[in-house]
Design a protein around this ligand. Sequence first.
Ligand code: PLP
Length: 408
Amino acid sequence: MTIDWTNVREDFPILKRKINDQSLIYFDNAATTQKPKQVIDAITNYYQNYNANVYRGVHTLSGEATQVYEDVREKVSKFIGAKQKEEIIFTRGTTSSLNYLAKSLASKIKAGDEILLTYMEHHSNIIPWQQLAKEKNANLVYVQLTNDGKIDIEDYRKKLNTRTKIVAFTHVSNILGTINPVQEMTKIANEKGAIVIVDGAQAVPHFEVNVQALDVDFYVFSGHKMLGPTGIGVLYGKMQWLEAIEPAEFGGEMIEFVQEYKSTWAAIPKKFEAGTPNISGAIGLGAAIDYLNTLGMKNIKAYEDSLFKYLYESLLDIDGLKIYGPDDLCERSGVISFNLDDIHPHDLSTALDLEGIAIRAGHHCGQLLMRQLNVVATSRISLYFYNTKKEINQTIQALRNAKEFFNG
Ligand code: PLP
C-alpha cells in the first residue's frame, strides 16, 4: 500500500490550527500525540448512542458498551502480540500501570532484595520503585549508560544477581530516543530469576511490538501517545504472572463473592480493574489502534525513520547544536534532544512557539539522565507520521533565526 502521508494530515483537525498567526507545527509527540477525527468520532458515538456502564446491566446499552470495551481488549492483545486477551489490563496510563505493579509486586519483595533500573528511566519508572524499596528496605541499583546514550550491557550483566527481584527499564528513551535491546536484556534477567517490566510508552506508538517475541513478564504503555485519548493505558502481564500477583485496588467489579470480613476475586482481567473503568477512553484507544493498523506499523516506522534521518542531518548542520543519544540511527526512534549554544531550552522553545512550532523544553521527567548528561535541560523534537520534511525545514530555519537573535 502506498500512503500519501500529506493526505493523512486531513484526518487531524488540530493540524489546521494557527498559533501566533502561523500554521501549527507539532513536534511534541513524545508528550502526547494529536487525535484523528476517527478517534474523536468513536468517543462521541459512544456518548451519543450507547453510553452505559460495562458489565453492570443486562439492558441493551450496557451489553453494547461491554461488547465494545471487550473488543478493544482483544484489539490491544493482537496489536502487541499477547497470547490471550485476558493478559490485557486497562489502566489510566503508563504511570498508573507502573504504580499498580509496584503495589502488586510488593509481596514478592523483602529486605535486602534489589530492584534494577537504568539511568534513562522516566520518573514514572523510578518513583514507584523508590517507594516500594523504602517500604520494604530493599535496594535500588542503577545501570550505567555508555557515552553515546545506550544501556551499558556489561554493567547490566554485572549488576544483575540473585538478589535482583525486579528489572524495570524503558523500551525507548523519551529523551535520547535510544531503542533498548529488550529481548537480550530480558533473557539475561530471566536467567537470574528476575521479573522483567518494560515501559513501552515511546515504543508501541512507533513500531511493531510483540510481547511474546520479547518474552517480557510485564509491558506497559499509554493510549494518548498513540492517537488515543488521555486517561487510558495498558498493563500487559504474562498470564502466569497475573495469576501469581494480588490486586492492588479494590471495590466494585473486581470481586467474585463478598462477605462481611473477606472477599474473593473475579477472574483475570477483571480482578485488576476495580471500579468503573475509562470506557470512552478504551473505545478511543480501539479506534486509534484501528487507525494505526490501517496505515500499518511497518509503514509508519519506515516513514518516521526517513523523516528522522532528514531531521537529524539537518540539525547536524547547525553550528553549535549538540545532539544527545546514539549516532547510529538504527538504534534510535523519532525523539531527539539537543542544546543550541548556551541558549536556555525554555528560551528556544518560546522563540519557536512565536513561529507556531511546538517543541518540548525542560528535563522531560528525566532528572537522573539530565545529571548524567551534565545539563539542566534540553530541547526536544519528537516526530509522528503526520509530520513532514517541510515542517522540519521551517523548524531548522527557526532555530537558525533564534541562534542569531540570542547570540546578537
Ligand atoms: N515512560 C516514558 C518513557 C514516557 O515517555 C512517559 C511520558 O512521557 C511516561 C512513562 C509516562 O506516561 P504517562 O504520563 O502517560 O503515564
